[in-house]
Design a binder for this molecule. Structure first.
Ligand code: IMP
Ligand code: MG
Length: 179
């Protein structure tokens, strides 16, 4: 099975405009407040880095790494924390920063988990969204761009650990042929 970068779906200039717009909305909504922004590793690292540099209110940055067990024959839908954040979020305004929402299951469980820590508020900011693939009703409070049901790479998103460094969002082609 081979894979290669097929087409550019979202060029870097378009991503930059979307990030500017999100940062402006977040800065307006949280005027006079401090935000804790929690990046979900690893996919969100480039988006978070771009976003926070455009936000004009005070920001504390932290990260979590989670893995989800669901799909196939497993139905538990549990999120396992690989790395927890260091920040105590009780009474804080928190924004989860995700690369992409697909089934929505990871985000749903992560939200439930963070709510048990009693933040003052909890919202979600996602760079990309595949609404057609949703298995649970959940949406981002701040969404960069909806995309079609394609597997995308670049701007932090990977296939098998590769391609996160591509500056544009691209579509991955997978040949399941005879190789
Ligand atoms: P879900 O919403 O729980 O299904 O999982 C979302 C996670 O799956 C994202 O945070 C990504 O890590 C990964 N993911 C979903 N779609 C893509 C894609 O098109 N390219 C790369 N990673 C993806
Ligand atoms: Mg992810």
């Amino acid at each position: 099975m081979s894979h290669y970068v097929k087409d550019v779906l979202i060029p870097r200039a378009e991503i930059a405009k979307v990030v500017d717009d999100l940062a402006r909305r977040i800065s307006d909504d949280y005027a006079g407040q401090e935000i804790v922004m929690v990046g979900v590793l690893k996919g969100s690292f480039i988006f978070l880095a771009d976003l926070v540099r455009k936000i004009t209110v005070p920001v504390v940055i932290d990260f979590m790494s989670v893995s989800s067990y669901y799909g196939g024959t497993k139905s538990s839908g549990v999120v396992k924390i690989i790395k927890d954040m260091d920040t105590d979020i009780q009474g804080k305004h928190v924004i989860i920063v995700e690369d992409i929402i697909d089934s929505g299951l990871t985000l749903n469980h992560l939200k439930d988990l963070l709510l048990t820590r009693e933040p003052a508020s909890l919202r979600v900011c996602a760079a990309f969204d595949k609404p057609e693939r949703r298995k649970i009703s959940i949406s981002a409070d701040y969404l960069g761009m909806p995309i079609p049901d394609e597997f995308i790479i670049g701007y932090g998103l990977d296939f098998d650990g590769q391609y996160r460094n591509l500056p544009d969002v691209c579509i991955l082609a997978i040949d399941g042929g005879n190789e």
